[in-house]
Structure formats: structure tokens, C-alpha cells
Design a protein around this ligand. Structure first.
Ligand SMILES: Cc1cc2nc3c(=O)[nH]c(=O)nc-3n(C[C@H](O)[C@H](O)[C@H](O)COP(=O)(O)O)c2cc1C
Length: 196
């Protein structure tokens, strides 16, 4: 497990006993979220990790299971009890949901009410206006400036989603531009600010 970062004292206490959902989708920045989940868990949060099938092409569910010390939800149909769907059970206990990295594809699904994976389905189980629902988009600069991406994010903001803007810089595809997922320490601060 990774060690708490230099600003650990800032966060100590904010997360103790809090129930946080982290939705991970198919973006190259999924690796950064390992550190985020590790830190939240070390600060005492109960972290429910939700992964799309494409997220698992980038980081395996075993990594998040070990870092969160909890089961990882990947398949909405795989619950142990059909009378108590696990995505609804998780949605009900969350105090905040962060989707990071939020892929262009998942943003499109969320904006249009398409819920064929555990991340969008769990998000749909949260009544609007009850808890903070936060998106941290991350993608190649060309994908970021697509009108469809910007249009879908505007729709989601109008629906009450908070959007953490991506950072500019060198990307995995070796272009310079907007689309980088903020570092785990910045995402911790976003979560802490919105849990308060
Ligand atoms: C190597 C590789 C890296 C990718 N990185 C990203 C990315 O950073 N952001 C993104 O939006 N899509 C990225 N994609 C495309 C998504 O993985 C693809 O759209 C996928 O359908 C997303 O599925 P999901 O939203 O259900 O997780 C990448 C694809 C590949 C092959």
C-alpha cells in the first residue's frame, strides 16, 4: 500500500467512517486512481470501487480490491442476492460518488441515461440533489475538445453533476494539451471539500 502523501495531515479526519464511491472507466489515467483509493482507505473511508469492463483493461480489479479491502463491483448481474441488487445497495449508502477517470464514452452514456454498466447504473440509483456526484474527465486533447464531449458535460452539469476540469500537459499519446486527470492529491481535496 502507498504511504500517505505530504498533505496527509490536511485530510486526516475528513474521511474517517465516510462512505465514498469511486467509479473507474476505460481511460489510461486509471492507474492514478490506485493511489487515490489507497489514500482514502488509509484515512479511514469505506471505498466502494465500481469498474466498467474497459476500465479493467487498464487496471485489474484485484488491485482495487486489495487497496480498498472491499469487494469491487464490476458486473451488475453478479450480485449474491437477486432480491437486493448490489448497485442499489451501494448507491444508497454512498455519501459522495466520484467517477475518475471519466471517459468520453461514459460521459456520453451518463448524459443520455444509458445505464448498461455498473458505474452508470449505480450513478442512476442516486436520487439527484442528495449527494455530490463528481466527474473527473480524462482523455486525449482531441477527444476533450469534441463538441459532443463539451455538450454532454454541459448537460450533466445542468443535471447537477460537478465537473473537475482536466489539466493541461503531456499526455500518454505524446501530445501536449488539455485532458490529463488531476493528481490524486488534488482529487482528495475535491472529495474532502465536497464531503464537508
Ligand atoms: C490505449 C487506450 C487508451 C485510452 N484512453 C482513453 C482515455 O484516456 N480517455 C477516454 O475517454 N477514452 C480512452 N480510450 C477509449 C476508451 O477506452 C473507450 O472509449 C471505451 O469504450 C471506454 O469504455 P467505458 O467508458 O465503458 O469504460 C482509450 C482506448 C485505448 C485503446
Amino acid at each position: 500500500m502507498t504511504q500517505p502523501g505530504p498533505n496527509a495531515d490536511t485530510h486526516a479526519g475528513s474521511f474517517q467512517g465516510r462512505h465514498i464511491g469511486i467509479g473507474i472507466t476505460g481511460g489510461i489515467a486509471a492507474y492514478k486512481v490506485c493511489h487515490l483509493v489507497s489514500q482514502l482507505t488509509q484515512f479511514g473511508a469505506a471505498v466502494d470501487v465500481l469498474m466498467t469492463s474497459n476500465a479493467r483493461r487498464f487496471v485489474g480489479e484485484a488491485t482495487f480490491q486489495a487497496l480498498s479491502a472491499r469487494p469491487v463491483l464490476c458486473d451488475p448481474w453478479a450480485g449474491p442476492d437477486p432480491s437486493d441488487p448490489q448497485h442499489i445497495r451501494v448507491a444508497r449508502r454512498l455519501e459522495l460518488l466520484l467517477i475518475a477517470p471519466a471517459s468520453m464514452n461514459t460521459i456520453g452514456r451518463l448524459a443520455h441515461g444509458i445505464t448498461e454498466d455498473v458505474v452508470t447504473l449505480t450513478a442512476a440509483g442516486i436520487p439527484p440533489g442528495t449527494i455530490p456526484r463528481i466527474l473527473a474527465p480524462s482523455m486525449n486533447a482531441a477527444m476533450w475538445i469534441q463538441p459532443s464531449t463539451q455538450r454532454n458535460l454541459k448537460l450533466l452539469q445542468d443535471d447537477g453533476w460537478l465537473v473537475v476540469p482536466p489539466e493541461e500537459g503531456m499526455q500518454a499519446c505524446r501530445t501536449n494539451g488539455p485532458g490529463r486527470l488531476p493528481e490524486p492529491e488534488s482529487l482528495l481535496k475535491v472529495i474532502s471539500d465536497h464531503l464537508a
